[in-house]
Design a protein around this ligand. Structure first.
Ligand SMILES: *[C@@H]1O[C@H](CO)[C@@H](O)[C@H](O)[C@H]1NC(C)=O
Ligand SMILES: *[C@@H]1O[C@H](CO)[C@@H](O)[C@H](O)[C@H]1NC(C)=O
Ligand SMILES: *[C@@H]1O[C@H](CO)[C@@H](O)[C@H](O)[C@H]1NC(C)=O
Ligand SMILES: [Zn+2]
Length: 472
């Protein structure tokens, strides 16, 4: 593929509203939605005629129009995550953090051995800032820099690659939410479901997470960064463990240099296209300059919950009345790359995903706070979020349910492909885990609460059983 530079490209960055997509020349030049902690912004690359049309539009006053002057190849959105102020105060101010990041972008990179196995096609140094707010920026950089940018980002910042070609804006159609609405309207306590979900084993979860973090030295895993050897060890191990439970699994590569997605499926006992999908991401990120990235909470916790559900499916001999997929994604830390590829693949075959739930960070518990379940305040399908909330009230009464602005894990990729999707998170508020994106993100530490992980896994599992239908 010939790489063409961005010099001369005109970009429009504007707060998201479905209204924008009424303008055809915008909707055909759409490059996705990106968060800055307060606002979801839509990015477009319209041509001159379209821009002329746009400037007379009522929404034009809130938009930024920028032109790229330098010939880098890849646009990247970087964003400060929504984090408890007490955690942010311990680091330097946003501006200082961002400035030191920009210096790293121009200086020759020294990344740790564990993160240095990516094939970098062109690693021209430098960057151009196209758009900037206090908590986010749109940059243009080389392809090599773009794919390794997370290794030099300050730890509370996240990056997302902007695609090379326009994407479709696909709202979740009413038809796709029918099944969830039906499950919600007929939802009632089932003693058998309660007994099944209650039997999730905490001791087994402790063993599993210790393998993934490398706290169990047998695993040899130092980092599950998508480019690290440890992520491939984890992928092979997860595939084998899910297969032990009767699932059929595939390691699906999605991008050169990245560890694969682990995609596992249980068949349906009835002939149906309906598919319920539960997921997590098994890749991780550590601190800048350190090769360790144990990802015990982010997102070893969601991954061990997924495995705990699989182990219980096998132990109880559960057969489903829908197709069921359990998927552990990679490339989440570089901008949801594994889930973007997989959800696109499912859209291409018009898969009938009736419910999708991503579990990302389930374990951390601030001392003195009750166990919680955080649901997405912005990106997600309202009805699926409501179903998860109501199921929590029935099967995990111990959880305090609320909303979080700590936006956007792999469910965003599915939501953007028009699939009904939501997320489960450890806190009804901003990120509070002091080991977030840190080399100290182990499972054996204060605040890491296995009981909370089990309570949230019960909610995911009960949602699966109620939505898919099952027999023993
Ligand atoms: C979900 O739970 C809320 C709170 O208990 C309740 O008011 C609502 O009716 C429930 N939704 C459905 C569709 O059952
Ligand atoms: C399953 O249903 C589809 C659509 O109704 C039908 O075409 C197909 O033959 C069925 N397959 C089996 C194995 O019954
Ligand atoms: C998807 O599955 C649901 C639940 O079984 C079913 O009602 C619906 O008709 C299916 N949709 C398609 C497009 O096959
Ligand atoms: Zn995560």
């Amino acid at each position: 593929m010939m790489l063409t530079g961005l010099a001369g490209a005109i970009l429009l960055v504007t707060p998201f509203t479905p209204e924008l997509f009424r303008q055809e020349c915008l909707s055909t030049n759409y490059y996705g939605n990106y968060n800055d902690g307060q606002t979801t912004n839509s990015v477009f690359m319209p041509d001159a005629t379209c821009l002329d049309l746009w400037t007379s539009h009522a929404l034009a006053s809130s938009a930024s129009i920028v032109e790229a002057t330098q010939d880098f190849q890849q646009l990247v959105w970087v964003q400060h995550k929504v984090v408890e102020t007490s955690l942010v105060a311990a680091t330097r101010s946003f501006r200082n953090e961002f400035d030191s990041f920009l210096q790293r972008l121009s200086a020759p990179k020294r990344v740790g051995r564990q993160q240095d196995v990516l094939v970098v096609p062109d690693n021209k140094l430098g960057y151009e800032i196209l758009y900037r707010t206090p908590t986010a920026a749109l940059l243009s950089v080389s392809q090599g820099t773009a794919r390794t940018i997370d290794t030099i980002l300050p730890r509370f910042w996240k990056s997302a690659l902007i695609p090379a070609t326009p994407v479709r804006f696909l709202p979740v159609p009413d038809e796709a939410v029918k099944h969830v609405k039906h499950v919600l309207s007929t939802l009632k306590f089932e003693p058998e479901v309660a007994a099944i979900v209650e039997s999730i084993s905490v001791p087994q979860m402790i063993n599993d997470i210790r393998f993934l973090t490398g706290e169990d030295e047998v695993s040899g895993i130092v980092s599950r960064h998508s480019f690290a050897d440890g992520s491939r060890t984890a992928a092979r191990w997860l595939k084998a463990r899910f297969e032990d439970t009767g699932a059929t699994c595939e390691l699906q590569d999605f991008l050169l240099g990245f560890a694969p997605n682990v995609v596992c499926a249980y068949p349906s006992t009835v002939n149906t296209t309906a598919t319920v999908l539960l997921s997590s991401h098994y890749d991780s990120r550590g601190s800048f300059g350190s090769t360790r990235a144990p990802g015990g909470d982010d997102d070893g916790s969601g991954t061990m919950a997924l495995l705990a559900i699989a182990r219980t499916i096998a132990r109880k001999g559960i057969k489903f009345h829908s197709n069921v997929q359990l998927v552990a994604f990679a490339g989440e830390e570089q901008g949801l790359l594994g889930s973007k590829a997989y959800s696109q693949k499912l859209r291409d075959i018009d898969a009938n995903i009736t419910v999708m739930i991503q579990a990302d960070m389930l374990a951390y518990h601030v001392a003195g706070e009750p166990p919680q379940l955080g649901l997405p305040a912005t990106i997600g399908t309202t009805e699926v979020t409501q179903l998860v909330a109501n199921i929590s009230a029935i099967y995990s009464k111990e959880l305090q349910v609320g909303f979080t602005a700590a936006c956007c894990s792999d469910h965003q990729s599915f939501h953007e492909q028009g699939f009904p999707a939501t997320q489960v998170f450890e806190r009804a508020g901003p990120i509070a885990d002091p080991m977030y994106h840190n080399s100290g993100d182990l499972s054996d530490r204060a605040g890491y609460d296995f009981d909370q992980v089990k309570s949230i896994a019960k909610v995911q599992f009960a949602t699966l059983l109620h939505s898919a239908g099952y027999e023993l």
